[in-house]
Design a protein around this ligand. Structure first.
Ligand code: NAP
Ligand code: G4F
Length: 385
């Protein structure tokens, strides 16, 4: 019989990639989606099947991690072999604005799943993956961070995730549940939420190159992250649940990069050389030169004269706005995923340049479509040849 999985957070970045991956492996995938006033299934629409198809491999249930009865009923009805608990209010900065909601969803939500599996008598049937995070390391106590590094969370989000981490470990030890934590470092993709820093940069880059935006306002340019590609990271989630023994694993690339450097590398991909001047709130990013051939290849010849004029007359395109600062920041993350590489046989296929290329290429296509609609058609630009 086909294996079945339940994914909370299926409408999010990781949920969408994981659902596609598991369906390709022959799984029947159940997903929890929240009711919202607008459709929120963009990322999984390509996987959708008519409810009248006899044997569907993707089944969506309305639900919410804050609702115990709902969570319990969905687990009972779907009888999953594997649960991937990816649902969360996942934005660190926003968690300072809605700390109680974040604790309820990202902390107690995990307990609701574990307890449902226990009370439904599914301990020997169902394996659980908990989406833990490098944010747990916060004010880092060791470099690089491993499974043994002490945690020091620095946001309501991270504190809620700390509860989830330990309650997962506790249910494993107390009741023998096959429950594991993946301690995943930052991972991004073309379908990353638009307010996370990587996507904010690649989206703004495309808009600036097309003349649709002047300034990219940023927060802390000096923080460093260990960035990977979500497509690689969801494979690790799957591998973790295929192990005979449940355990906790760090998933990371082992390379840490400054936000400032991410911006520089992204602009280099379209042939624009940039530099940063000034300090703190006065820091600015400035366009210095353009590789015309590369710019024409990645953006289009139609926009070359505009970017050259922009560079001559008004080269500042990054400014700092303190509204994006966090009350307590995580300055530096660098993961050591030796254990996962050895035991799971996992390693990432994408490096940072590959990730940036994927994201910028995708946002360039999306923004060209927006620009095309705004400009009223093909009159001047042949975008889709
Ligand atoms: P994401 O794109 O923000 O997706 C979060 C998902 O959770 C969405 O489907 C969202 O639904 C759902 N959700 C939010 N609140 C919920 C609630 N109360 N009940 C049920 N579902 C709810 O996040 P992601 O980047 O895919 O990350 C997946 C998981 O990994 C999250 O738990 C995140 O905290 C964790 N994580 C992420 C990273 C990373 O770098 N991406 C690293 C480590 C850990 P809507 O679509 O309706 O909003
Ligand atoms: O992209 P971010 O918002 O990601 P953050 O805070 O690292 O959290 C993400 O990764 C975690 C794993 O470590 C996940 F658990 C979590 O769910 C989420 O997916 O910010 C990255 C860095 C921060 O230091 C932030 O202060 O970029 C800095 N930054 C600078 N300017 C900015 C901005 N972040 C955002 N979102 N927007 C800015 O304008």
């Amino acid at each position: 019989m086909a294996r079945s999985a339940l994914i909370t957070g299926i409408t999010g970045q990781d949920g969408a990639y994981l659902a596609e991956f598991l369906i390709k492996k022959g799984y029947t995938v159940h997903g929890i989606k929240r009711r919202s006033s607008l459709l929120n299934t963009d990322r999984i629409d390509h996987l959708y099947q008519d409810p009248h198809v006899e044997k569907r491999n993707l089944i969506l249930h309305y639900g919410d991690l804050s609702d115990s009865m709902n969570v319990t009923r969905i687990i009972q009805e779907s009888q999953p072999d594997e649960i991937y608990n990816l649902g969360a209010m996942s934005h660190v900065k926003v968690s300072f604005d809605i700390p109680e909601y974040t604790a309820n969803t990202d902390g107690i939500g995990t307990l609701r799943i574990l307890e449902a599996v226990r009370l439904l008598g599914m301990i020997s049937k169902t394996r659980i993956y908990q989406a833990s995070t490098s944010e747990l390391y916060g004010l880092v106590q060791e470099i690089p961070q491993t499974e043994k590094t002490s945690f020091y969370p620095r946001s309501p989000y991270a504190v809620a995730k700390l509860y989830s981490y330990w309650i997962t470990v506790n249910y494993r030890e107390a009741y023998g549940l096959h429950a594991s934590n993946g301690i995943l470092f930052n991972h991004e993709s073309p379908i990353r939420g638009e307010t996370f820093v990587s996507r904010k940069i690649t989206r703004a880059l495309a808009r600036i190159a097309l003349g649709m935006q002047d300034i990219l306002y940023m927060g802390n340019l000096s923080s460093r992250r260990d960035w990977g590609h979500a497509k690689d990271y969801i494979k690790a989630m799957y591998l973790i649940l295929q192990q005979d023994k449940p355990d906790d694993y760090v998933i990371a690339t082992g390379i840490s990069t400054e936000v400032r450097e991410f911006i520089r590398n992204a602009f280099a991909f379209i042939g624009v050389d940039i530099a940063f001047f000034g300090e703190n709130l006065e820091e600015t990013g400035v366009m210095k030169a353009v590789d015309e051939n590369l710019f024409c290849e990645k953006v289009g010849e139609a926009h070359l004269s505009d970017i050259k004029n922009r560079m001559k007359n008004n080269p500042v395109f990054v400014k700092v706005d303190p509204v994006y600062f966090r009350p307590t920041e995580v300055d530096f993350l660098l993961g050591d995923s030796s254990k996962a590489r050895k035991i799971l046989g996992w390693s990432p296929e994408y490096d940072l340049d590959g990730l940036i290329a994927d994201m910028v290429t995708s946002d360039m296509i999306l923004m060209k479509k927006e620009h095309y609609i705004k400009e009223g058609g093909y009159k001047t630009l042949n975008y889709f040849e």
